[in-house]
Design a protein around this ligand. Structure first.
Ligand code: AKG
Ligand code: FE2
Length: 383
C-alpha cells in the first residue's frame, strides 16, 4: 500500500469489514399521494406513520415518487462528472479556503482521518449568511458566496440545455454570443435548478416530520427563511486501499434533513440501531435517501435519532453522490420543541445556536484538529 498516504487510514476498529450486509431493512416510502391534488386523511395518516416508524427505527429511509423530475437529477449528475473530469488545476481554481467554505476541496477530514474523496459545495441561498467565527461573543456575520467554475462541461450537455434555453429565442443574438452565454451559465444553471427541486422536496418532508411529531405541518418552515442549506457534489475515486480508508468516515449529519442522490455503485453504510451493525444501502434507481439530522433529533427530544453513517470505497469503480443538507438560518436557536415537553418528557438538550455550531463544524473540517469537533451531546442536559 505504498501509494496511499497513512493520513487516510482508519483505526482498526473503524475499518470496513469485507463481508457486506445489504439493507432490506431501510424502509422505502412512496410519496405519490403528495402529488395528488387532495390527499385523503387515511393516506396521509399511513404516510405519517411510515415516516414515524422509519425515523425512529433507522433514522434513514428512501423515497420514491417524490415529485422531482428525473431530468434534474440526471443533469446535475452529468455536470458533476464533467466537473470532476476537469484537470486538477481547473478544479482548484474554485478551491474553498478558510474564509469561504464554498467551492472545491479534497482534504476533508472526518473525525481527524482524511476522507478518500473530493467535493464541490455550493449554497442554496446565494449569498447565504453565516457567523464569521464560532466564538460565542463574536456577533459578526459574513456572506457565503458560491464559486462557479468558468470552464464548462462539454457540448453534449449543452444540447440538453438548449432544449430549455430561452436566451436563444428571446435575445435573437448571433449564434456565437448565445453559445458563449450558455457555456458560462450551464453548470451553474443545472446546479441551481436542482437546488429548487431539493427545496420543494425538503419542505414536503419537513411538513411530514412536523406532523409525525404532532405539531402543525408548517411548524418549522420559518426557521428556513434565511437558510444555510447547501449541496455537495461528492466524488470518490477508486482507492487502492479500500480495506483501510473510507470515502467518508463515520459521522452524523448536523442539519435538519439530508436528501441524498447516490449513483449505482453503492458504498453508503448506515449503523443499524438495533445491533450497531454497518448496513449497506443498496442503490435504488431514482430514489432519494433521506436521513434525519441532529437538529430533528433535538427538536424531537430524542424521539428520532440522527444515525451514524459512512461511505466505503472500492478499488475498481469511482462513485458519485449528491447530498442536499437542509439547514436553518444561522440565527436559529435549536432546542427541544416546547409542545413536546412536559413533566414526563423534560428537555434533554440546552438550546444552541445553529450558526455557531455550523461554523465550528466548517472550521474543524478544514483542518485536522487534535480534538473531537462539536457534537449535539455537548448540549445534553443531566436530567
Ligand atoms: O456519499 C454518500 O453516500 C454519503 C455522503 C455523506 O454522508 C455526507 O456527505 O455527509
Ligand atoms: Fe452524511
Amino acid at each position: 500500500m505504498g501509494e496511499v498516504d497513512p493520513a487516510f487510514f482508519q483505526a482498526p476498529e473503524h475499518r470496513p469489514k469485507p463481508t457486506k450486509t445489504e439493507a432490506e431493512g431501510i424502509p422505502l416510502i412512496d410519496l405519490s399521494v403528495l402529488n395528488q391534488s387532495s390527499v385523503s386523511e387515511d393516506d396521509l395518516a399511513r404516510l405519517i406513520s411510515e415516516i414515524t416508524d422509519a425515523s425512529q427505527k433507522w433514522g434513514f429511509f428512501q423515497v420514491i415518487n417524490h415529485g422531482v423530475p428525473s431530468e434534474y437529477r440526471e443533469r446535475i449528475e452529468a455536470a458533476s462528472r464533467k466537473f470532476f473530469g476537469l484537470p486538477k488545476d481547473e478544479r482548484k481554481k474554485v478551491n474553498r479556503d478558510e474564509v469561504n467554505p464554498m467551492g472545491y476541496y479534497d482534504t476533508e477530514h472526518t473525525k481527524n482521518v482524511r476522507d478518500w474523496k473530493e467535493v464541490f459545495d455550493f449554497a442554496a441561498e446565494n449569498p447565504a449568511i453565516i457567523p464569521v467565527s464560532d466564538h460565542p461573543d463574536d456577533q459578526d456575520v459574513r456572506l457565503l458566496i458560491n464559486q462557479w467554475p468558468e470552464n464548462p462541461p462539454d457540448f453534449r450537455l449543452i444540447d440538453i440545455y438548449f432544449c430549455t434555453c430561452q436566451i436563444w429565442t428571446k435575445l435573437n443574438c448571433p449564434l456565437q454570443l448565445c453559445l458563449i452565454q450558455c457555456l458560462f451559465v450551464l453548470f451553474r444553471k443545472v446546479c441551481e435548478d436542482y437546488t429548487q427541486e431539493m427545496l420543494k422536496l425538503s419542505f414536503k418532508l419537513l411538513g411530514l416530520i412536523a406532523l409525525s411529531l404532532g405539531v402543525p405541518k408548517d411548524r418549522f418552515d420559518g426557521y428556513f427563511k434565511d437558510q444555510t442549506s447547501f449541496i455537495r457534489l461528492n466524488h470518490y475515486p477508486p482507492c487502492p486501499a479500500p480495506d483501510l480508508a473510507l470515502g467518508v468516515g463515520r459521522h452524523k449529519d448536523a442539519g435538519a434533513l439530508t436528501i441524498l442522490a447516490q449513483d449505482d455503485v453503492g458504498g453508503l453504510q448506515v449503523k443499524r440501531k438495533s445491533d450497531g451493525e454497518w448496513i449497506l444501502v443498496k442503490p435504488t434507481p431514482n430514489a432519494f435517501i433521506i436521513n434525519v439530522g441532529d437538529i430533528v433529533q433535538v427538536w424531537s427530544n430524542d424521539k428520532y435519532e440522527s444515525v451514524e453513517h459512512r461511505v466505503m470505497v472500492n478499488s475498481e469503480r469511482e462513485r458519485f453522490s449528491i447530498p442536499f443538507f437542509f439547514n436553518p438560518a444561522h440565527y436559529t436557536w435549536i432546542a427541544p420543541l416546547e409542545e413536546l415537553i412536559n413533566e414526563r418528557n423534560p428537555p434533554k438538550y440546552e438550546a444552541y445556536n445553529w450558526g455557531k455550531f455550523f461554523s465550528a463544524r466548517k472550521r474543524s473540517n478544514f483542518m485536522k484538529l487534535g480534538a473531537e469537533n462539536i457534537q449535539i451531546y455537548h448540549f445534553k442536559r443531566n436530567n
